[in-house]
Design a protein around this ligand. Structure first.
Ligand code: SAM
Length: 290
């Protein structure tokens, strides 16, 4: 498409918003990107080529979708807000490799999309995510093992830092462990709030998660391990023994947890925030056995 007509140029975004009398929904996390340097870093960071099928979550008025249409072989864009669908028909009319679907990404059958549009092969997710549901979207894709090879997504900076945090740091928690169990995360770019219209009241970052074919740790029961992790971080100031034993649903007493910790060579006074994924896997297998 003619670069002068792209929506990434703020005046073109304004023109489309006025043409359709579109009003941003704060509730749906609508902050549209208007910075071409950031867009360039996202597209390059995602490593999108004509061999790829890109899945965009929340195309908005189609700003990133236009770039994906130019760089990917196929683009599927899932947008929840039905008011945006006629706008997308207009702004993406030059492209014959883009399919827009009006649906909630949390209810979309991604496996069916990969089958229909990519011969069942994994897709690359590229998105400026709606911040009110960033974590549910990422966790849904990771836990369900959706057919995806990487996610390159704009998120709140604070969330990006949590995803790639290492044991012992203040940002480390259940999200870091879950993301790092399923993928290898790295931050592609930091993005200030003036790159969006309207400006969000937080800073943002683009993070890429490369999905592992299989986790580095083998664990007997993933769900059980993540229940232990959740319990350990629900009260992160407490020792692991106190935090995990205080979760009634798990029904694991202090003695059992102490024994399990000692048998994997750890002290009974450790806190969850110092434990790596591998250590949580060991502990959870030990508790599972007992
Ligand atoms: N991609 C556009 C851009 O970069 O300018 C818009 C990004 S905006 C931050 C997030 C988009 O996600 C909005 O268009 C919003 O309507 C959409 N959205 C919100 N919740 C959604 C959901 N559950 N499923 C799909 N799209 C959703």
């Amino acid at each position: 498409m003619n670069p002068d007509d792209r929506l990434i140029i703020p005046k073109n975004t304004v023109r489309i918003l006025q043409k359709y009398d579109f009003h941003f929904s704060k509730k749906l996390g609508q902050n549209f990107l208007i910075d071409d340097h950031v867009m360039d870093r996202i597209i390059k960071g995602a490593g999108i080529s004509r061999d790829d099928c890109a899945l965009e979550i929340g195309p908005g008025i189609g700003t990133m979708t236009q770039f994906l249409g130019e760089n990917a072989g196929k683009v599927i864009a899932v947008e929840l807000d039905k008011k945006l669908i006629p706008i997308l028909e207009d702004t993406l009319s030059e492209f014959d490799n883009i399919t827009v679907i009006n649906d909630d990404i949390l209810k979309t059958d991604i496996t069916a999309l990969a089958k229909e549009y990519n011969g069942g092969r994994p897709m690359k997710v590229v998105a400026n995510l709606p911040y009110y549901i960033t974590t549910p979207i990422i966790m849904e894709l990771l836990e369900k093992r959706a057919p995806i090879e990487s996610l390159t997504v704009m998120v709140q900076k604070e969330v990006a830092l949590r995803m790639q945090a290492k044991p012992g740091s203040k940002d480390y928690g259940a999200l870091s462990l879950a993301v790092q169990y399923y993928s290898r995360p790295y931050i592609v770019a930091n993005v200030p709030s003036n790159c969006f219209m309207p400006r969000p009241n937080v800073d943002s970052a683009v993070i890429r998660l490369d999905i592992k074919n299989r986790p580095d740790e083998s664990v007997k029961d993933e769900r059980f391990m993540f229940a232990i992790i959740k319990a350990a971080f629900a009260q992160r100031r407490k020792t692991l023994v106190n935090a995990v034993s205080s979760v009634g649903e798990l029904g694991i007493g202090k003695e059992k947890i102490t024994e399990a910790l000692l048998s994997i060579g750890k002290s009974a006074s450790v806190r969850g925030e110092t434990f790596s994924v591998a250590e949580f896997a060991l502990l959870s297998d030990e508790l599972y056995q007992r």
